[in-house]
Design a protein around this ligand. Structure first.
Ligand code: C2E
Ligand code: MG
Ligand code: MG
Length: 727
C-alpha cells in the first residue's frame, strides 16, 4: 500500500486515518502499534470479526497470537513475530483458529505504515481465509507425490501410507487417517495409515462392509465416539490423545463399486463443514485414481515380467534377476529343463495343455528345490532354472530335479508321465546372461539326442557338435529324396532252437555328402525335425516289398520288427498310413511287428492303448523297445496290449553285476506273468546267452549271433537255412 504524502503527520491522526481506511477495506484488517512491546492490536475492522467470530473487546489490546491454536506451526508463529517486530513488508500463510476453535488457513499481508520522517509507526495487517485454496494446493501436491511414488514402483500399501501421512500432517484439523481397501469379497486387502498402528485401527474398525448394495455411496458417515467405551480405552491406553469421532467416506471404483473406505478420526469435536466435505470428496477421488493407476502399473509390470499363459516369471524376468546375480559376482548353474513330450502334448490337447504342464512342473520344482537362491521361469517350451551357489553343483541337485518325472501330471484330465531333457552350464561373472542361456541351449540340444531322462553340461566342443548336427539336419531332406536310406536286418534268435525266428529292421544312412552316419546320431535329429515319419514309412515299404518279393518267388519269410518313432506313433494319421501301405501288399500281418520305445505310453495311457488295440485288430503285434531305460514303467505295463518286451542292451551287458542280474530276472518274470515275450537285446557273449537262457528268456539278438546285415546278406541267410531245412 502506498501512503499518500497528504497523510497527517501526528501519530494520532495517522492512526485515525488508518482506522477509517481499514474500515473501508473488504479484508479482515488489524492495526498494530510497532512501538508496543506486546505488539498489541489497536483496532480490528468488521471483516476481521466476521472472519474470526471474535468481538471487539476480545481483540483489542490482545496480541495476534490469540488466533494461534494446537496445530499452528511454531515456525510460522516465529516468522510472523519477527516480521511484525522488524516492520518489514511480508506475505505469509499460517494456520489460525477462530473463536470456536475451527482452523482456517490465514493468508496474512503486513504493510508497514511510516510517518513523514519515514519512521514506521504502525503495522496494517490484512487477513484472508484461503483454506480452500490452500487445501487445493495441497491436494495437487499430494497427487503429484502419489504419481511419483507409483512411477518409482512403490507398492499400493506404501502409497496408501503416504496419503495418510500427508492428510494427517497438512489437514486443517487434528485427524488420524486410515484407508481400508477391499477385495471382491469385501475382505480387507490392505490398510494404509500414518500414526495409528494396525491393532488400534482394528479396534476402531466399526465400519463393516459386507455387500455393495446398501450404502449411500456419496454420503459421509459420521460416528461419535465420546459416549463409547472405546473413547476412554483409546485415550487411556494408547497415548493418542482422545478420538472424538470419525468421518468415513466410501472409495468407489470407476464402475461405482466400493473398493475401500477413507476414515478421518477426529481429535477435536468440531462439526463437519462444507469445506471438509469438499476435501473428503477430493481425497477419495485421488485415492481411487491412485489405486487404479497403481494397479495398472502393477499389471504392466506383471505383463512385462510374467508369462500370460502360466503366470510364471518369464525369460525377461529371469534375465533381469540373473543379471543382478552376475553383477554381485555370484556363481552357480543355469539349466533349461525341457519335457520331451511337450510338442506331443500340444498337438494332442492344445497350447494351453503345454502351458499347464510347464506350470505344474515349475510348482513341483520350487517345492523340491528347498534352497533360497533359485530362479524358475518359463522359457518357450521349457523351464529355465537358475541356482546360485557353488559352481559345478548341478549334479548334486539332479536327484531332486529328476523327481519331476516320478509322478504323472494331470493334463486334460489324463495322467501323463514325462521325461526330461536338461542342458546346463556353470556360470560366473565372466559370462553374460545371454551367453549363459545360449550355452544351456547348446547343452540341451545334446541332451535331447539321448533317450530317457538325460542331462548334458555345456562344453567348449558342444558348439562343434551342434554344427555337425546342423549339417546332418540339412542333408536329411536330400537323403530322403535321393533314397540314401537303407534297411539292415538283425536276426533274432530263438533260445530253445537257437534258430533265427525273425529280424529287426534298422535304418542305415550312407550320405553322399557326409559319409556313413550312425542312426544314434540322425534318428534323434530326424525325430526333432519331423523327418522320422518319412524314414519310418519308407522302411516299412522297403520291408513289405522285400517280403512280397520273396513270397512271390515262393521263398521262406520270417517276421520283421520295425522301429517306429514315438512321434510317429502319436500322429493322428499314423494308423491310416500304416493301413494304406500295408494294403498295397499281400503279406500276412503276423510277419510284421512294430517296436516303440518305452517313453511313448508315458504320454497318454488310454491313447496308447487305443492305438495298440487297433494295430492288434489288424493282426500287427507291437514290442516295447529299450525297456527299463526311461521311466520305470512296471505299473502301467500290464494295461497295455504289447506282445513283446525288449530288454535294453545296457541291462544285458552288465548282467554279471548282481543288481543288474536281478533287474533282468524281474523283467523276464514280469513278461511271463503278463503273457508278453521277453527279447534280450545286445547279447555279445556266450556267458550272457547262458544266463538269459537260465532265467527263461525265450529269445534275443546281438553281435554274439549276428550284427545287423544288408538285405542281400539276410536273403542268403534265409536261403541257407531253407536249404538246411530241406536237407
Ligand atoms: P534299437 O531299436 O534298440 O536297436 C538296437 C540297436 O542296438 C541297434 O543300433 C543295433 O545295431 C544295436 N545292437 C544290436 N546288437 C548289439 C550288440 O550286441 N552290441 C551292441 N553294442 N549293439 C547292438 P542301431 O542300428 O545303431 O540303432 C540305434 C537305435 O536307433 C535303435 O535302437 C532304434 O531306437 C533307432 N533306430 C534304428 N533304425 C530306426 C528306424 O528305422 N526308425 C526308428 N524310428 N528308429 C530307428
Ligand atoms: Mg528296436
Ligand atoms: Mg532297443
Amino acid at each position: 500500500m502506498t501512503i499518500d504524502q497528504s497523510i497527517p503527520l501526528s501519530k494520532d491522526r495517522l492512526f485515525n486515518w488508518l482506522k477509517t481506511l481499514s474500515n473501508q477495506l473488504s479484508k479482515g484488517t488489524l492495526i498494530i502499534d510497532i512501538n508496543d512491546e506486546n505488539l498489541s492490536i489497536l483496532h480490528a475492522n468488521p471483516y476481521f470479526f466476521k472472519l474470526t467470530s471474535f468481538e471487539n473487546e476480545q481483540i483489542i489490546n490482545q496480541n495476534i497470537s490469540i488466533l494461534n491454536g494446537k496445530r499452528t506451526s511454531k515456525k510460522s508463529i516465529e516468522a510472523l513475530n519477527l516480521h511484525l517486530k522488524s516492520g518489514s513488508p511480508k506475505k505469509l500463510t499460517i494456520l489460525h483458529y477462530n473463536k470456536e476453535g475451527s482452523a482456517f488457513w490465514n493468508s496474512i499481508t503486513l504493510h508497514p505504515i511510516r510517518n513523514n520522517e519515514n519512521i514506521i509507526q504502525y503495522i496494517l495487517l490484512t487477513c484472508e481465509d484461503t483454506t480452500e485454496e490452500t487445501l487445493n494446493k495441497m491436494i495437487y501436491k499430494l497427487e503429484h507425490e502419489v504419481y511419483q511414488a507409483i512411477d518409482h514402483e512403490s507398492n499400493l500399501q506404501s502409497i496408501l501410507n503416504l496419503i495418510s501421512e500427508k492428510i494427517e500432517l497438512f489437514y486443517i484439523r487434528d485427524v488420524y487417517c486410515t484407508i481400508h481397501l477391499y477385495n471382491e469379497n469385501y475382505d480387507i486387502k490392505s490398510i494404509g495409515s500414518y500414526t495409528l498402528p494396525v491393532h488400534v485401527i482394528n479396534k476402531l474398525a466399526f465400519f463393516e462392509i459386507k455387500s455393495n448394495s446398501n450404502f449411500n455411496k456419496s454420503a459421509i458417515y459420521l460416528k461419535d465416539f465420546t459416549d463409547t467405551p472405546l473413547y476412554n480405552d483409546i485415550s487411556e491406553n494408547y497415548e493418542l490423545g482422545t478420538i472424538q469421532g470419525s468421518w468415513t467416506k466410501l472409495i468407489l471404483t470407476p464402475q461405482n463399486e466400493i473398493s475401500g473406505i477413507l476414515t478421518l478420526f477426529n481429535q477435536d469435536s468440531t462439526e463437519l463443514k462444507q469445506i471438509d466435505i469438499n476435501y473428503l470428496n477430493r481425497l477419495t477421488l485421488l485415492i481411487q485414481l491412485a489405486i487404479k493407476y497403481a494397479e495398472q502399473k502393477i499389471q504392466l509390470r506383471h505383463l512385462a515380467f510374467y508369462d500370460v499363459e502360466t503366470n510364471l516369471p518369464n525369460l525377461h524376468y529371469f534375465k533381469t534377476q540373473f543379471s543382478k546375480w552376475l553383477n554381485t559376482g555370484d556363481s552357480g548353474f543355469a539349466a533349461i529343463i525341457h519335457p520331451a513330450e511337450f510338442n506331443k502334448i500340444v498337438d494332442l490337447y492344445g497350447r494351453s495343455a503345454g502351458a499347464d504342464l510347464l506350470s505344474q512342473m515349475a510348482n513341483r520344482l520350487s517345492e523340491y528345490l528347498a534352497v533360497d537362491d533359485v530362479l524358475i521361469s518359463r522359457f518357450s517350451n521349457s523351464i529355465v532354472l537358475g541356482v546360485k551357489g557353488e559352481s559345478d553343483s548341478f549334479t548334486s541337485y539332479y536327484q531332486q530335479i529328476e523327481l519331476l518325472t516320478l509322478i504323472p501330471y494331470l493334463i486334460d484330465d489324463k495322467e501323463t508321465y514325462i521325461t526330461i531333457k536338461i542342458g546346463y552350464t556353470n556360470f560366473d561373472q565372466s559370462l553374460t546372461v545371454d551367453q549363459i542361456i545360449h550355452q544351456s541351449d547348446i547343452a540341451l540340444s545334446k541332451a535331447r539326442n539321448r533317450s530317457g531322462n538325460s542331462f548334458e553340461a555345456y562344453e567348449e566342443n558342444s558348439t562343434k557338435q551342434l554344427i555337425e548336427e546342423m549339417e546332418i539336419f540339412n542333408q536329411l531332406a536330400y537323403a530322403l529324396h535321393h533314397e540314401e536310406f537303407l534297411v539292415y536286418l538283425q536276426p533274432k534268435i530263438n533260445f530253445t532252437t537257437l534258430e533265427v525266428e525273425g529280424f529287426e529292421a534298422l535304418s542305415r544312412w550312407n550320405s553322399s555328402r557326409l559319409g556313413f552316419i550312425s542312426p544314434i546320431k540322425y534318428i534323434p535329429i530326424a525325430e526333432q525335425t519331423g523327418k522320422i515319419k518319412d524314414i519310418d514309412l519308407l522302411n516299412f515299404k522297403h520291408i513289405l516289398s522285400w517280403l512280397q518279393n520273396r513270397l512271390n518267388k515262393g521263398k521262406k519269410i520270417l517276421p520283421v520288427s520295425l522301429n517306429i518313432s514315438p512321434d510317429h506313433f502319436y500322429d493322428p494319421l499314423f494308423l491310416e498310413n500304416i493301413r494304406n501301405i500295408f494294403n498295397q501288399f499281400n503279406i500276412p500281418p503276423q510277419y510284421i511287428k512294430l517296436e516303440v520305445t518305452e517313453s511313448i505310453e508315458l504320454v497318454d495311457l488310454s491313447r496308447a492303448k487305443e492305438i495298440l488295440n487297433q494295430l492288434n485288430a489288424l493282426g500287427i503285434g507291437c514290442s516295447i523297445d529299450d525297456f527299463g531305460v526311461g521311466f520305470s514303467s512296471l505299473s502301467y505295463l500290464p494295461q497295455l496290449p504289447f506282445s513283446e518286451i525288449k530288454i535294453d542292451r545296457s541291462f544285458v551287458s552288465s548282467m554279471n553285476e548282481p543288481g543288474m542280474y536281478a533287474i533282468v530276472q524281474t523283467i523276464i518274470l514280469l513278461a511271463k506273468n503278463i503273457k508278453m515275450r521277453a527279447i534280450a537285446e545286445g547279447i555279445e557273449t556266450k556267458e550272457q546267452l547262458v544266463m538269459l537262457q537260465q532265467l527263461g528268456c525265450p529269445a534275443g539278438q546281438g553281435y554274439y549271433f549276428y550284427k545287423p546285415m544288408s538285405i542281400n546278406d539276410a536273403e542268403q541267410l534265409l536261403d541257407i537255412e531253407k536249404t538246411a531245412d530241406e536237407k
